[in-house]
Write a protein that binds this ligand. Sequence first.
Ligand code: SF4
Length: 312
Amino acid sequence: MSDQLDLWPEDAPGGRIAWSVSRHKRLGDCLRKYYLQHYGSRGGSKPDAPAEVRDVYMLKHLRSRHMWVGEVVHEMAELALSAWRRGDTVPVAALVERGTRRMRAQYADSVQRFYRDRPRYVRGLMEHEYDDTVSREEWRAQHDRMERCLHTFFDLEITATIRETPVWQWLALESFGSFDVDGTTVMVKPDFAWRADNDRIVIVDWKTGKPRPNDEWLQMAVYGLFARSAWGLRTEILDCRPVYLDTGEISMFQLSDDDLRTALDEIRVSVKEMKRLAALVVDGDLDPEAFPKTDDVSYCNHCNFRRVCVRP
Ligand code: SF4
């Protein structure tokens, strides 16, 4: 799952918390960033919003070049799977060509800063907003990574298995879902899930970056909670597989009820903190000082809010 949570509605004052793994991660990484993403940008899509709020809203939608490649690869994988579901064929070369066109068009939009007027709909890259020095070779390397990931996607045995599986055994294809934890909505978007011939359920997450076992364990456990809640499945029949498309590695998580209990506890602790912070935000009287900046300054170099944050 790429960080596509901007597709979900903005928080409303006093509304339910919409918990997700990426929101939880942001909470742990930097509270100031969490504040800017979820509160400082609120209402920034409205034409009459104050300039600084519109600016934060625009910054929130920026992607790094690495995240951008991940989004394009996910989109192309979804296109291929949708075509296979219809019974169509998709040559990998056609998909790479489409991904290349998408990257070229989005790069051109970004370099001309078109995203500034329509940040939610036009892809903007942090490197352009911040005039970061990125060589042509590095941009080329990102395109090559997209191409490599798509070739791996086509070549993997797990993809061949999916293609041979009747579509009535498919359970989810990039579909948004949610379940409730004590009055909080937990949002998920599994990349793909199907019922295997041995009656086990396989949930796949396409990854374009490097393995991050701790983050992945929580994400897989949250998928497990979703599968139990939405599909009524027993934990012991779930196989969760992060698939690393840049290298072709596949991890395997076989979840236990203990895993799901631990994940639920983690969600509850996280939600409690999110609710505490939400209570600090009185509409019209937002206090960013209640949301301190991270001590890890190296993290700031990759932050989309670094201009408005202004350390220390
Ligand atoms: S620039 Fe650093 S301190 Fe500021 S919001 Fe981003 S990560 Fe947090």
